[in-house]
Design a binder for this molecule. Structure first.
Ligand SMILES: Cc1cc2nc3c(=O)[nH]c(=O)nc-3n(C[C@H](O)[C@H](O)[C@H](O)COP(=O)(O)O)c2cc1C
Length: 546
């Protein structure tokens, strides 16, 4: 039976309950005008029919309130819920699409699971249990039956049964319901317990601590298995082949979280389809002076001032040689964060790092060329087209064995970005990543309070302030270069909807860091689940624009 038909039946039953209890309330308060007498007669079982005896008994009151008043409120609530369900039945979730997108649901995603039917279920279950108690009282304690009460018990039982039938049908057809519940539970636990504790401590210390936990989990097969069961979500529809590389899903960990490549063994269990190590630089660099990491929770952003902290290429390669990659792994490379006398020297520094990785024998799948780190000594020299051209010409000559993606700046206008893309288009570059951190202090996604704080601090922002800009540049690239580049959407992905936005605009893959810090590690599985659902709904076609 259709949802709307069931909702209408529930509404009519609840309306009958309203009529029943309204009459009783009226009779209770105006006995001279109306009476709830339904006569008194003996019945064979011994209990007689006598509404007055039941409704005037001590059991008809909770404190000073008559049960008919409570019943009236109960049926009014049910009828309003059923009516709302009739009006919004095409939007199965709580009060329809608009509310699904509201900040309330963003704060409490588990509410998405609480549809009107679940609320009706809980209320009518309470009504059913209370009616059963009243029937027991009439049969065995008061020794009299009341038609009105029996009518109410029948009404509430029917509402409960019909709603339960509907829920049963919906649960049977709700895909991945248990996974959704599992993620909702972990998300709740993370947001309300782990995150508040972690946010009491200095951000970089917490990052180091999480890395150590990740390393330990990655060493134990059992713990990896538990992590996988709890956090990851896989589905054949998420698989994709790009640049000759098989990705089990499109969601990757962005450069900067695992900058020395310590998390290779745990990230597949967290559910990532791919992973970027780095940014790695030729020479070791201990990072800019602290604080190197801060939090702007109101703007859903992190303040990053690491300045390409790295153990150096040789040390990273040495460590990576000890492990096996289980998912496609990219190595992000940039020039060492130091002062170079000439651009030529800086290019040489970058090329040497590429050569070291080429010779290393590691089984990485990709390279990222990071030309857009805003926290470095010399700024971002390779965002200027002539210098970029020289760098990429030199890189072409290396004939690299893996595809290269360029990590693009995010604060440039469309004209500058298109000019850079035209240069990149001439070279052996497989794709572009949009993009890096934002350094624009007028970014409208930053709250006034955070903007003021930022004035006094060094560093640039990740997270939500990068979301719209990344989207705009993905769209621009797709429009002007169609399928020439593999496009990676990075910046401000906090949930499945955010990832889908980037994929719909033309991204082939996505990456994130900040969303995971603010919403929890289950977000990777949640995103994959939502993408799989969307692909399922588009009948298996990869075209997310339909
Ligand atoms: C702590 C931190 C360190 C980062 N370090 C790097 C880096 O070394 N290289 C790089 O290309 N991007 C780096 N980024 C930028 C991210 O890779 C990403 O582009 C940006 O944070 C936007 O994504 P998000 O909003 O999902 O975090 C860093 C970001 C964060 C939060």
């Amino acid at each position: 039976m259709k949802n709307r038909v069931l909702a209408t039946i529930i509404f009519l039953l609840a309306a009958a309950g309203v009529a029943d209890t309204t009459y009783l309330t009226y009779a209770e308060h105006k006995p001279e005008v109306a009476s709830y007498s339904c006569g008194a007669s003996e019945v064979t079982s011994g209990a007689k029919i006598d509404c007055n005896q039941v409704l005037d008994s001590d059991y008809a009151y909770i404190g000073p309130v008559h049960l008919s008043d409570i019943g009236l409120v109960y049926y009014l609530a049910l009828s309003m819920l059923a009516l709302t369900q009739i009006l919004t039945t095409r939007q199965p979730y709580w009060l329809g699409k608009k509310l699904r997108k509201s900040s309330l649901l963003k704060k409490h995603p588990w509410l998405k699971l609480a549809t009107l039917s679940e609320v009706i279920f809980l209320i009518s279950l309470a009504g059913l249990l209370f009616s059963a108690y009243l029937v027991y009282l009439m049969a065995f304690v008061i020794g009299a039956w009341c038609y009105f009460c029996l009518l109410s018990a029948a009404t509430t039982s029917l509402i409960f049964i019909i709603n339960a039938i509907y829920l049963h049908q919906r649960y049977l057809h709700s895909p991945f319901l248990l996974k959704k519940l599992q993620f909702a539970f972990i998300s709740f636990f993370y947001r309300h317990l782990l995150k508040p504790i972690a946010f009491l401590f200095e951000a970089e210390r917490v990052h180091n601590c999480i890395t150590q936990v990740g390393v330990l989990l990655g060493r134990c097969r059992f713990l990896k298995c538990v992590t996988k069961i709890k956090l990851s979500f896989s589905h054949p529809k998420l698989n994709r082949q790009l640049l000759g590389i098989k990705f089990s899903n499109p969601v990757g960990l962005s450069a900067g979280f695992d900058y020395n490549g310590q998390l290779t063994q745990i990230l597949p269990s967290v559910g990532f389809g791919w992973h970027t190590i780095g940014t790695v630089t030729l020479e070791p660099y201990e990072g800019n002076s602290p604080p190197r990491l801060g939090r702007f929770p109101d703007s859903k952003a992190l303040l990053v001032n690491k300045g390409l902290k790295s153990k150096g290429a040789k040390a990273v390669i040495r460590e990576l040689k000890k492990v096996k990659f289980h998912i496609p792994t990219a190595i992000s490379i940039a020039s060492t964060n130091k002062h170079f006398k000439t651009t030529h020297q800086q290019i040489l520094d970058i090329l040497t790092t590429f050569k070291l990785f080429e010779k290393s024998g590691l089984k990485h799948a990709l390279y990222e060329l990071n030309i857009s780190c805003p926290n470095t000594f010399g700024g971002e020299p390779f965002t200027s087209c002539p210098r970029l051209d020289v760098l990429l010409s030199a890189l072409d000559k290396l004939n690299l064995s893996r595809p290269v993606l360029i990590k693009m700046p995010i604060d440039q206008g469309e004209k500058e970005t298109l000019a850079m893309l035209k240069v990149i288009n001439k070279h052996n570059i497989a794709g572009v990543i949009f993009g890096n951190l934002t350094k624009d202090k007028n970014n409208p996604a930053i709250t006034q309070k955070d903007r003021k704080r930022w004035q006094k601090l060094k560093g640039n922002l990740s997270g939500k302030p990068t979301f719209e800009r990344s989207n705009r540049l993905i769209k621009l690239t797709k429009k002007h270069f169609s399928d020439r580049f593999v496009i990676v959407g990075t910046g401000g992905i906090f949930n499945g909807e955010d990832a889908l936005t980037k994929l719909k605009l033309g991204a082939d893959l996505v990456q994130l860091i900040t969303g995971m810090i603010y919403t929890g590690p289950q977000v990777v599985g949640e995103i994959n689940l939502e993408v799989a659902l969307k692909l399922k709904n588009t009948n298996g076609k990869r075209n997310l624009n339909t």
